[in-house]
Design a protein around this ligand. Structure first.
Ligand SMILES: O=C[C@H](O)[C@H](O)[C@H](O)COP(=O)(O)O
Length: 231
């Protein structure tokens, strides 16, 4: 059943797909919103002969892209990406992001970093003034307890993400665990990202604060969508 939120996601995804040009290498994010962009890209490939290659950020993105007929390539083949389309869990007015609800944050950050332009597609519930969502941290299983302790010292309440229809921890596409960290309200996302990055065994976190200059945020509405100007 289609809900207003689904329509918002669809409108954002379709708008982003319209920004892709012939011949581009496209980063394909993970999650429910970016799937609409992939759906529309698949239509453009079939209907208009659009020629692109996608770099998937997860098994889920790769599987869905194949279903939509989007040819795939890799970050090894294309260490520079023309445009990446991805979702987010929260977006602040400067274009900082929290990502990783789907545990794809590590590859998503590699792709965002490699991309010349990043299009973030969200529904209006994701737009916030200040971050307060859980920050996922991908951790090396060997170091999960020591990383958890260090995160606690930074003020987090870390919880190991558990599988659904699988007992025990979520194992990411990279073979690691996820610690979901509650920090309450986050005053300086950039500082926090840097502090987490300095913990050995914390492989990446879901705070994305380095890409505001190349990010365009498309907020889908029930009817249409708007492009947000970043402050
Ligand atoms: O790991 C998952 C990703 O960061 C997603 O892009 C993010 O969680 C947003 O997903 P959705 O579009 O389903 O809300």
């Amino acid at each position: 059943m289609s809900t207003p939120q689904t329509e918002s996601k669809r409108n954002a995804g379709y708008q982003a797909a319209g920004m892709v040009e012939d011949g581009m290498v496209v980063g394909l994010g993970t999650g429910s919103t970016v799937f609409f962009a992939m759906e529309r890209l698949g239509e453009r490939i079939r209907r208009d002969g659009l020629s692109i290659a996608g770099v998937p950020t997860s098994y889920q993105a790769a599987i869905r892209a194949r279903e939509y007929g989007i040819p795939l390539t890799s970050l090894d083949e294309h260490p520079e990406i023309d445009i990446a389309i991805d979702g987010a869990d929260q977006v602040d007015p400067a274009g900082n992001l929290i990502k990783g609800r789907g545990a794809a944050l590590l590859r998503e950050k590699c792709v965002a970093d490699a991309a010349r332009r990043v299009i973030i597609v969200v529904d209006p519930t994701k737009m916030v003034e200040t971050f307060d969502a859980l920050v996922p941290v991908e951790v090396l299983p060997f170091a999960s307890t020591s990383v958890s302790r260090r995160l606690s010292l930074l003020g987090a309440v870390p919880t190991m993400r558990e599988g659904v229809k699988k007992d025990g921890p979520v194992v990411t596409d990279n073979g690691n665990f996820i610690l979901d960290c509650s920090f309450g309200t986050i005053g300086s996302p950039r500082d926090l990202e840097a502090k987490i990055a300095a913990i050995p065994g914390a492989l990446e976190c879901g705070l994305f604060t380095a890409y505001g200059e190349k990010i365009t945020v498309i907020v889908g509405e029930e009817k249409g969508c708007r492009v947000v100007s970043l402050r």
